[in-house]
Design a protein around this ligand. Structure first.
Ligand SMILES: CC(C)(COP(=O)(O)OP(=O)(O)OC[C@H]1O[C@@H](n2cnc3c(N)ncnc32)[C@H](O)[C@@H]1OP(=O)(O)O)[C@@H](O)C(=O)NCCC(=O)NCCS
Length: 327
């Protein structure tokens, strides 16, 4: 007996912002963004759409595919760094209310781009210890709301969207969340940060600058960290379970930059073809990216029951996490 991914859903806003569109807003070019990141476009939510609205669309699809109702859910875990409200109420509670998941607890999980991988392990614990039957884990972001659109260093990297998974108990021979790595290196707290608005630098009568209220990043530091931990996590899971890369059908990495994935693939001596990538179409959607990727793989029919996959994320905190999953 284990814990399986019962269903997957995702949703991204229709509105697309291309690299050419961006080059009319800041001093950048399609060529720079493509060659440095692999990103061609990103999906951007309307002004009146919040993270919970994006998440609910993904959640409804996952419920439909699981063939259960919202009332069957025991818990909703929402991984996000762009919640509807600063502090409270949690985005997960808003989703719980609007879905009518009257039997579910709900909380937000803040682990940035590693959030979905963290959430999968938390859900596994709830189901394995027998307290819960159906747990929904959603990675959802409206990153366009926390980006400084005047900062070319960051505004070209991110997009909006949500991916939702429903996890439940599995029987012998079905899928299983086999193992996870849940890690952090808080000494890297400055590498990715929103500087103002928290207890360290609270709101005062004087409005903080837009730079302090939006995402700031040391791109090079994050890049080096990402290549290192992506490589280490895959190797660690393979070694611990006596597996080789041949046993793995797909590695589904957090979609931040194709150069990070390329570098990890080279160090691991695992073909790039094994790493599923769709960041060209979505950019970096933080906690949502692995869910959006899994959904695309499911819809294309390239994610098959029985496949052994590794999902892995890294991000602000710094955090990093991975799951070894028999789908
Ligand atoms: C951001 C990133 C793409 C930059 O790539 P890089 O190879 O480190 O960039 P370089 O150091 O070669 O170039 C930086 C130069 O490009 C410029 N630049 C930055 N963004 C630019 C843009 N959108 N268009 C044109 N030029 C840009 C910088 O101003 C800088 O110019 P300078 O050298 O005159 O000061 C890369 O560091 C990265 O992807 N890091 C990880 C970021 C990430 O994944 N964050 C999210 C984690 S969850």
């Amino acid at each position: 007996m284990g814990v399986k991914i019962l269903s997957i859903g995702a949703w991204t806003p229709n509105k697309i912002l291309t690299n050419d569109d961006l080059s009319k807003m800041v001093d950048t070019s399609d060529e720079w963004i493509r060659s440095k990141t692999g990103i061609c476009q990103r999906h951007i939510a309307d002004a009146d759409t919040a993270t919970s609205d994006i998440a609910i669309n993904a959640a409804k699809l996952a419920l439909e595919r699981a063939n259960i109702s919202a009332e069957d859910l025991d818990c909703i875990i929402v991984a996000t760094t762009s919640p509807d409200h600063h502090g409270f109420p949690s985005t997960s509670c808003i989703i719980q209310g609007k879905l009518g998941a009257v039997n579910a607890g709900a909380f937000d999980l803040v682990a940035a781009c590693s959030g979905l991988a963290y959430g999968i392990e938390v859900a596994r614990g709830f189901i394995n210890n027998g307290t819960m039957k159906y747990v929904m884990v959603i990675g959802a972001e409206k990153l366009s709301s926390i980006i400084n659109w005047n900062d070319r260093n960051t505004c070209c990297l991110f997009g909006d969207g949500a991916g939702a998974l429903i996890l439940s108990k599995s029987s012998e021979g079905e899928g299983d969340i086999i193992d996870s790595i849940i890690m952090a290196d808080g000494t890297g707290e400055d590498a990715l940060k929103i500087k103002a608005g928290g207890s360290r630098n609270p709101f005062t009568n004087e409005l903080p600058s837009i730079e302090d209220l939006t995402l700031s990043m040391d791109g090079q530091a994050v890049y080096n960290f990402a290549v290192r931990v992506n490589t280490e996590m895959v190797q660690q899971l393979l070694d611990k379970h006596n597996l080789t890369s041949e046993d793995i059908t797909w590695i589904v990495p957090h979609q931040a930059n194709y150069r990070i994935i390329k570098a990890a693939s080279k160090r691991l001596k695992i073909s790039e073809d094994k790493f599923f990538m769709n960041l060209a179409d979505y950019g970096n959607t933080s906690a949502a990216s692995i869910g959006i990727a899994l959904n695309e793989m499911y819809e294309k029919g390239i994610l098959k029951r029985g496949d052994l996959i590794i999902t892995m994320g890294f991000g602000a905190g710094l955090t990093y996490a991975a799951n070894l999953i028999r789908y």
